[in-house]
Design a protein around this ligand. Structure first.
Ligand SMILES: [Zn+2]
Length: 272
């Protein structure tokens, strides 16, 4: 039991943190508005990481809840099942989203139907489903969890590429820089990482599905994400490579989804 006075104190603390988060988010996203498309994308992602860093939920990979540190990527138990060549992922969308936001979310989902055998379908009675909610920050569990699993698109998160990023987590993918072969492609700078955030850069045992490392993946962090001093936390070993885009899925992102779910040629051809 929580005594009323304690409850009031907890609520006040919570509300104060929420206000702090909202005002920080507004300022950060606003500061991106006058920038060009590419710079905007990088700016928006940095804002989201900053916003996420203010929230209370513990996120192990910046946007992956900590209690799910088990690696789903190499474990097929966390894949969504396929029926008749189609992987149906049921979802619900909270009524907290506006009509315009729901359109962005549905457009981002439609890209999966057009280029993979994964189809996000409105939930009817399915037991396992993704519940899209507007909580603090942008985050998702990795892979199918069983029952309802939340995916948050908070303030500053409802953008095409960011929605796809979180949906790809739900399909059972970690970040690109967590790949088992990442040291051949990027250098991590632990000395520049915010103290306590080093786990975001952990190398994991991943099934890379025969795909080459993709600097441009929508699942890759930007160069200065979680930087304590403004210096790079990740440097591509190919100097000309740029990392951290959030325009949307790349061909390699799509290829990996199709490989993980063993999408058949015929199921893809049906969509063209
Ligand atoms: Zn992520």
């Amino acid at each position: 039991m929580v005594r009323p006075r304690r409850k009031l104190l907890n609520w006040t603390l919570c509300w104060t943190q929420e206000l702090q988060w909202v005002s920080a988010a507004r300022a950060l996203v606003k500061s991106c508005e006058s920038l060009s498309d590419l710079t905007w994308s990088v700016c928006a992602v940095m804002s989201i990481l900053a916003v996420n860093s203010l929230q209370q939920i513990s996120l192990t990979q910046g946007d992956v809840p900590l209690r799910l540190t088990r690696n789903a990527n190499v474990n097929s138990d966390y894949k969504w099942p396929m029926y008749l060549d189609v992987v149906q992922v049921p979802f619900t969308i909270s009524s907290d989203f506006t009509g315009a936001e729901i359109n962005v979310i549905k457009n981002a989902m439609q890209a999966f139907s057009l280029s993979t055998c994964v189809k996000f379908v409105p939930r009817t009675f399915q037991y396992n489903y993704v519940s899209i909610v507007k909580q603090s920050g942008c985050w998702s569990y990795v892979g199918r969890q069983g029952g309802e699993q939340k995916l948050s698109l908070g303030y500053g998160c409802v953008f095409y590429g960011i929605v796809q990023h979180e949906l790809i987590h739900a399909l059972n993918f970690w970040h690109e820089q967590n790949r088992s072969d990442r040291d051949d492609w990027v250098q991590i700078h632990p000395e520049n990482i915010i103290e306590g955030k080093e786990h975001n850069f952990k190398k994991r045992e991943t099934d890379n599905l025969g795909a080459e490392y993709d600097y441009f993946s929508v699942m890759h962090y930007g160069a200065t994400d979680f930087s304590a001093n403004g210096k790079d936390t990740i440097t591509p070993l190919v100097p000309s490579a740029s990392i951290g885009q959030r325009f949307g899925m790349t061909e390699t992102d799509i290829l990996k989804i199709n490989k993980l779910y063993a999408c058949s040629e015929s199921s893809l051809q049906l969509k063209t």
